[in-house]
Design a protein around this ligand. Structure first.
Ligand code: ADP
Ligand code: GLC
Length: 479
């Protein structure tokens, strides 16, 4: 079966978060299920520079204000279709914003164009390759199911995956004709959302199936308090909504053969040189009795980073050290910088994006903290499990589904892999740190928990089977 995956990011070509990791890793896992995926992404300058031997596969004479070319290319084991549309994507800055962090004002057009190209491929624009399913990721590809729905049959099956309901891609109503949406699409059962065009909403309303990236998040987003205004729609589509857990790329995240780390290891007993190297490299005191708490995260309210700052005195009071790698909200960046300068040798902070340091933190820290207010799935706790760093996570979304709390029952049964806490507040985080300190003192229990963590299933095999089943469902004959 042939599937077109459509997204705004794809690791290793362009990444701002876990979306890219998933879009980059899933095709390889689906190949084992007999699914041939081609991945459509925008031709940002960084993407075009990384390609060699790209071949034109289709031309759009006018794609939302200029000509565009679909380029077929292979890179990083992926079968790619790159939408080269210089008027939309050939500019400095990030995928969504300029170098100053301001969203591009034409984002509605930029990602409607991506969705339009996906729908055209779905309708046979490239006669040699017609997908049976168009699989959209997040709001940037949310209009693809809408374009396919309003173009009528025959059409491929459509699936949309929500990686984060907080980002919805709303556009003002007057853009309707410019975004090539028919007038009759502007209804509550179409693309209309709070008086404008909801690109994620359109996908959620009109795709054949909706998935999100964990079973718990699939339930949470049907509640008013977590549904970001879309819970009613999601409840009405509950029969078509499922949660399929993310995995991680087990070859990129393999502590036994990781080129980024000081001393590759296959068991927790081999971690020590990596901890020493992390301490020396990032500037933490050489204090072997102190557990190193790691953070690899966007520095945002979603990720609970303000709560970590509030709980910092408690963390240091337990004799722990903190190593943070992250980038995000300027106020949080400044506060972490300040924490590092107030506690030299105990708190180390690196602001920015550093793939290699992310690996060194996973290999060198004793516990990885993920205190999210909400978390569709989360990937860093999966990497932590694989690397034998105990994840300490808020009991929300995919964090709740992937970490087994080291309570008495789990310890006695020998299945604990980390710690969970709830609610996501500073006092609850402080209690979790106190429990972590107690576990740290019980060396046998700590070691056993590390072994369980490293054995946990964090790959894609089971989830790839679920996506494959879903693709088969949406391609079985429709009315
Ligand atoms: P989200 O997508 O919400 O940011 P995830 O946990 O799903 O959260 O994915 C985050 C991904 O980005 C992981 O692969 C993580 O290692 C990586 N990451 C986050 N921040 C950084 C950073 N500052 N430097 C390097 N990698 C980072
Ligand atoms: C989003 C979510 C994160 C998830 C990732 C990949 O960025 O915030 O929880 O793991 O997408 O699905």
């Amino acid at each position: 079966m042939q599937v077109l995956s459509v997204a705004s990011e794809c690791f290793p070509l362009v990444k701002t978060g876990g979306l890219a990791d998933v879009v980059g890793a899933l095709p390889g896992a689906l190949a084992a299920e007999g699914i041939a995926v081609r991945t459509l992404i925008p031709g940002y300058p960084t993407v075009l520079r990384a390609l060699s031997g790209a071949e034109p596969a289709h031309r759009f004479e006018d794609l939302f204000g200029g000509p565009a070319t679909l380029l077929a290319a292979q890179a990083a084991g992926l079968d790619l279709l790159i939408l080269d549309a210089p008027h939309l994507y050939d500019r400095p800055g990030g995928p969504y914003s300029d170098a100053g962090g301001r969203d591009w004002p034409d984002n509605p057009q930029r990602f409607a164009a991506l969705s339009w190209a996906a729908a055209e491929i779905g309708r046979g624009a490239m006669p040699g390759w017609v997908p049976a399913v168009v699989h959209s990721h997040d709001w940037q590809a949310g209009l693809a199911p809408a374009y396919l729905h309003f173009a009528g049959t025959p059409r491929p099956g459509t699936v949309i995956t929500v990686h984060n309901l907080a980002f919805q891609g709303w556009a003002p109503a007057h853009l309707l004709p410019e975004l090539r949406l028919p007038a009759d699409s502007f209804t509550i059962d179409g693309v209309e959302f709070y008086g404008g065009i909801g690109t994620l909403k359109a996908g959620l309303r009109l795709a054949d199936r909706i998935t999100t990236v964990s079973p718990t998040y699939a339930r949470e987003i049907q509640r008013p308090e977590d549904g970001q205004g879309l819970d009613g729609l999601l409840r009405s589509r509950a029969a078509d909504l499922s949660g399929i857990l993310n995995g991680i790329d087990e070859s990129a995240w393999n502590p036994a053969a990781d080129p980024h780390i000081a001393a590759p290891y296959a068991a927790p007993e081999g971690r020590e040189p990596n901890r020493a190297a992390l301490r020396a490299g990032i500037g933490l005191d050489d204090d072997p009795a102190a557990p190193v708490i790691g953070v690899v995260s966007r520095l945002t309210g979603q990720k609970g980073m303000d709560l970590l700052l509030a709980a910092l005195p408690a963390l240091l009071g337990h004799g722990m050290q903190l190593a943070v790698l992250g980038a995000g909200e300027p106020g949080l960046e400044a506060a972490f910088r300040e924490a590092a300068s107030s506690h030299p040798g105990r708190v180390a902070v690196r602001l920015g994006y550093d793939e290699s340091l992310a690996h060194r933190i996973q290999a060198g820290c004793d516990a990885l903290l993920v205190p999210s207010r909400f978390e569709p799935c989360g990937l860093t706790q999966l990497c932590a499990l694989r690397y034998g760093a105990l994840p300490v996570v808020a009991r929300v979304g995919g964090l709740a589904d992937t970490v087994i709390d080291a309570n008495e029952a789990a310890l006695a049964a020998g299945v604990a892999t980390g710690l969970q806490f709830a609610p996501t507040t500073a006092p609850a985080l402080e209690s979790a740190l106190a429990r972590l300190a107690a576990l740290w003192r019980d060396r046998d229990a700590w070691r056993a928990t590390q072994h369980n963590a490293m054995r946990a299933a964090v790959g894609w095999a089971a989830s790839a089977r679920r996506y494959a089943r879903l693709y088969r469902e949406v391609t079985s004959p429709r009315e």
